[in-house]
Design a protein around this ligand. Structure first.
Ligand code: MRU
Length: 333
């Protein structure tokens, strides 16, 4: 992704490896600071995933792939490294997909770093295809709603939900993006807006509660979101708040698309009720940037994801085209 820094413009990926170190854009610090986080062991890679130095399903997957490669280089046991990494965040399917992929590649005697690089390159090329396929759904002048951050930061480059928007903008279409701020971690306000600014895409951040207002006013033509895990019947786990956006979109006749690569699909689960949903620390709700905003004795709950039933989803923008829920099975081939 193109990043505008003080010394000029730079092309950077979300995650990569240098020697025995896994390098990551530290997403906890954006948009204030652009810094690189170095993970020197599988425990540090696991910390980076759990503490959300890196987040977004495909980016978590690529980071875990590099974590496995690093563990192999440092002589760690592969089954131990796999379980440390898998124990970080339960919902994103890409994490499990990537760790299993790397265990197989290493067992087959492949060079671990080359295998992880290939995994990251493959994700990027799938995201580019998602961009081209999704671009076909976008008309000049469209106003598009997105939730959370499903951009380059959430993948390795390019993004899933932001890939069609990026492609449409680059092909000269006028697009405008409504960016849900996405409480409690504010990935929309802090990350999606930052990415769209790097690319020069016009947008406005809105409070999560404002999306329905703009949908009903006719100011949203299309909604595109990413996914953390998609069950065989097309039910989608994505950032908390996605479900209600999809229901309100249907109520207002607005097409609601989910963009994701094959690595996010979990065909072992028949429906979304079986997807494990991560519940994070309630402090993420109670505190904003270190300052408590709720009364001292108040309690909070913090589910990180919700499940949107497939009946609310118009189509799935994938590397193999935009598919209906009945056609998803081709992604398992
Ligand atoms: O908790 P996060 O920030 O990891 O959640 C990210 C999302 O919900 C994204 O929409 C999803 O992972 C798709 S990323 C291409």
């Amino acid at each position: 992704m193109k990043v505008v820094l003080e010394g000029g413009t730079k092309e950077v990926k979300t995650v990569w490896m240098e020697g025995e170190t896994v390098k990551l854009i530290d997403q906890r610090l954006l948009p204030d600071e652009f810094k690189i986080f170095s993970a020197e062991s599988v425990e540090e890679v696991a910390f980076a995933i759990e503490d959300m130095v890196v987040r977004g399903a495909p980016a978590i997957g690529a980071t875990a792939a590099y974590g496995m490669a690093q563990a192999k280089m440092l002589g760690r046991k592969m089954d131990v490294a796999a379980s440390i990494l898998k124990d970080t965040r339960p919902t994103a399917h890409d994490l499990f997909h990537a760790v299993d992929h790397m265990e197989r590649a290493i067992q087959e005697g492949k060079d671990p770093v080359k295998a992880a690089d290939e995994y990251a390159r493959d994700i990027t090329s799938r995201c580019k295809k998602i961009g081209l396929n999704g671009d076909k759904l976008i008309k000049d002048g469209d106003k598009i709603l997105t939730h959370c951050n499903a951009g380059a930061l959430a993948t390795v480059d390019f993004g899933t939900a932001l890939a069609p928007i990026r492609a449409a903008h680059r092909s000269g279409k006028e697009v405008f993006v409504w960016v849900d701020e996405t409480r409690p971690r504010c990935q929309g306000a802090m990350l999606t807006s930052w990415e769209l600014l790097q690319e020069g895409v016009p947008h406005a951040i809105i409070a999560d509660n404002a999306a329905g207002y703009y949908m009903r006013k006719g100011e949203v033509n299309l909604a595109i979101v990413g996914a953390d895990r998609i069950a065989a019947n097309g039910d989608v786990a994505n950032k908390i708040g996605t479900y209600e956006k999809a229901v309100v979109a249907k109520e207002n006749g607005i097409p609601f698309y989910v963009a994701a690569p094959a690595s996010t699909f979990d065909f072992s689960l028949s429906d979304g009720d079986q997807i494990p949903i991560e519940e994070r620390n309630p402090d993420e709700v109670l505190f904003v940037r270190g300052k408590r905003i709720a009364p001292k004795d108040a309690e909070a709950r913090n589910p990180a994801f919700d499940v949107t039933p497939s009946k609310y989803i118009t189509g799935y923008i994938t590397e193999k085209g935009t598919l209906s829920s009945e056609k998803l099975i081709i992604l398992s081939e």
